[in-house]
Design a protein around this ligand. Structure first.
Ligand code: AMP
Length: 601
């Protein structure tokens, strides 16, 4: 050891990295939580708090907007330089592991055998401090240098986990909920208190501090800090959807982007499903919500909107409706929203839930009560809303609370709620929802609480008859013919525990404009360049349609898709929410079950 260096026992590696190895080494959730609890108990409170954030796979607490902005390509170059390996050797290691962290361990262990790092390895607090400094630093080069300095001090195992935290792909089977379990074991708090505090704060580190101090009850909802979104479970058919609960509230499934709005007497912020602030992308929605009095947190979907022409508005039936996602997409990803853009693609905010109103967090109340509260919220806006449910044919009466008067004020609508007491009725509603141009239905348990960030059986989504999969792009290739110069062929994967396993390849479905934007992104986020093909950072989620799922040895997953085609780019979905191998197996099973039935009849 270098004279004067701090003993290893304080290092990031000696403590956190081996704990991560041990966590990855067991499939048992109980055992994982036990390892984390032991680790945390042996730390001082601040180290424990920071470690909780890292163990949940993040560089910063969930609610923070800070990002490291260091791409996979830069990390790749840093690791290549530190290990002295060639690109080919790096690619070989990456192909073996499919993840940059394990690649770092591989290339650094063989390069560094017997060598001591230049300085003592950083401990968790130093890593957290450096991350903050990186987030404040302008210039990609300067940020990359800071990462390089940090990694240069790390032995291979530390480098592995540091890299994993930087890329946000820890992959040791530790979800934030498991860190909550570990906190319960370490400090004796109840799961309910921990979950609640973490959900309200959006900061597992701060939750840890409160747990240590025995002050979890002090956690409060903070307006303008996003709460996690309640998620839905796919149902493959109306009959299956109907098995879960008796009193279903049914809404159309609007094809737009999820948005949580925080309002306080004219002040408004809108958050996306990834908890990013997107107020600037929809200024007219913020303007409209400014007309809602009091303090509110609303949940809904922003959709491209076709308002009914004035002549029709007076009579019935109304013609206002949501437009397909492809319309809204024309507006997404733009830094500046011009008036022209607002005029050519008007949007509406369709609100389907209320989470907080006038100082009260209402997520624990059953949906049936939140529905009434939401109605009353809409009644007290400046323009009272009279939203009526569907008539017998399932025709929806869209009567907005705040109706667009000009391009700078969007329409805000309370999503109509329908009822279904039988699967047949659900089938009918599904057909009408699709005929209206919406994706399908959301079926919600009237008795259910709002569970932020969790996917349960209380909200079911019924989409197209034929399932689609949300997959992650892992590799890309240049196309042929007129697509020779662009990256248009995509190899994609589904999740299997903490791994991504390839399941297919698609090269149709995107527009030329989308392919050119994708090409630009993939060129900037290439991990390994093999000429015609590239390994890319697994960050882009695509929704793919297909005709059937087949068993196949061609891909790691053991399955392949028949006639896969890209339905759309899911900018709103992080890779951790992509579909799983378990779902692929379920669809495959059902497909065969159905086939058997057809053959028998
Ligand atoms: P998916 O994105 O396919 O996983 O489906 C879930 C998404 O459907 C939610 O995150 C919302 O963005 C969207 N959605 C559309 N309409 C509704 C609705 N009425 N209630 C809840 N979510 C909806």
């Amino acid at each position: 050891m270098t004279p004067g260096a701090r003993p290893r026992i304080y290092s990031f590696m000696y403590l956190l990295a081996p704990a991560c190895e041990a966590i990855a080494g067991t499939a048992s959730k109980l055992e994982k939580a036990r390892i984390v609890a032991d680790y945390l108990r042996a730390r001082n409170p601040e180290e424990a708090a920071v470690s909780c954030v890292f163990l949940s796979g993040r560089a910063f607490p969930a609610f923070e907007e800070a990002t490291l902005q260091v791409g996979g390509r830069q990390l790749w170059n840093i690791l290549r330089e530190l290990s002295g390996k060639s690109d080919a050797a790096m690619s070989m290691a990456y192909r073996k592991h499919g993840d940059l962290g394990s690649t770092a361990f591989d290339v650094l262990s063989s390069a560094r055998a017997g060598r001591e790092a230049a300085a003592p390895p950083p401990n968790v607090l130093e890593v957290a401090e450096t991350f903050r400094a990186i987030a404040r630093t302008r210039g990609a080069g300067a940020r990359a240098r800071m990462i390089q300095e940090l990694l240069a001090r790390c032995p291979p195992l530390e480098a592995k986990y540091l890299t994993k935290i930087i890329t946000g792909e820890l992959r040791i089977g530790m979800k934030e909920s498991l860190v909550e379990d570990a906190l319960g074991r370490a400090y004796g708090a109840s799961a309910r208190e921990l979950q609640r505090a973490n959900m309200l704060l959006g900061d597992i580190g701060e939750t840890c501090r409160l747990a240590i101090a025995g002050r979890l009850a002090d956690a409060r909802m903070r307006l303008f800090h996003p709460l996690g979104f309640m998620l839905a479970t796919p149902a493959e058919s109306a009959a299956e959807a109907f098995q879960f609960f008796e009193h279903a509230a049914v809404e159309d499934k609007y094809d737009g982007i999820r948005a949580q709005a925080h309002c306080r007497d004219g002040e408004v912020q809108i958050f996306s499903r990834t908890l990013d602030k997107v107020t600037g992308s929809f200024p007219e929605v913020a303007e409209a919500l400014a007309q809602f009095p009091g303090e509110l947190v609303l949940d809904g979907e922003i959709v491209a909107w076709m308002a009914s022409p004035p002549a029709v508005r007076a009579g019935s039936p109304p013609e206002a409706h949501a437009l397909p996602f492809s319309e809204l997409q024309k507006r997404l990803g733009r830094k500046i929203v011009t008036r022209e853009m607002m005029r050519s693609v008007p949007v509406a905010y369709v609100v389907f839930d209320v989470l907080y109103a006038d100082g009260e967090l209402v997520i624990d109340r059953p949906l049936r009560e939140r529905t009434e509260l939401l109605d009353s919220v809409f009644r007290r806006t400046r323009r009272p809303a009279r939203v009526r449910a569907a008539d017998v044919q399932g025709q929806l009466q869209f009567e907005p609370a705040v109706e667009a008067e000009s391009v700078s004020v969007a329409t805000v609508i309370r999503a109509p709620v329908l009822e279904a007491e039988t699967p047949e009725r659900l089938e009918d509603l599904f057909a009408v929802a699709q005929a209206r141009g919406n994706e399908g239905l959301m079926i919600k348990d009237r008795e259910s609480a709002y569970t932020p960030g969790r996917r349960g059986q209380s909200w079911l989504k019924l989409k197209r008859e034929l399932a689609t999969l949300d997959v992650v792009v892992t590799g890309v290739e240049f196309g042929h013919g007129k697509r020779a110069g662009v990256l248009s062929d995509y190899t994609f994967a589904v999740r299997d525990q903490d791994r991504l396993v390839n399941i297919g390849k698609a090269y149709s479905g995107l527009t030329d404009k989308e392919i050119s934007a994708m090409t630009e992104w993939f060129l900037a986020h290439t991990l390994a360049d093999h000429g015609h093909s590239r390994l890319v950072e697994p960050k882009i989620v695509l929704e793919v349609a297909f005709n059937a799922i087949m068993r196949s040895d061609r891909h790691e997953s053991g399955y392949a898709l028949r006639f896969p085609r890209i339905v759309r780019i899911r900018d709103d979905k992080p890779p951790e929410e992509a579909d799983t191998l378990a779902r692929v197996r379920a669809i495959y099973g059902r497909q065969h079950g159905r086939k058997a039935e057809v053959q028998e009849s």
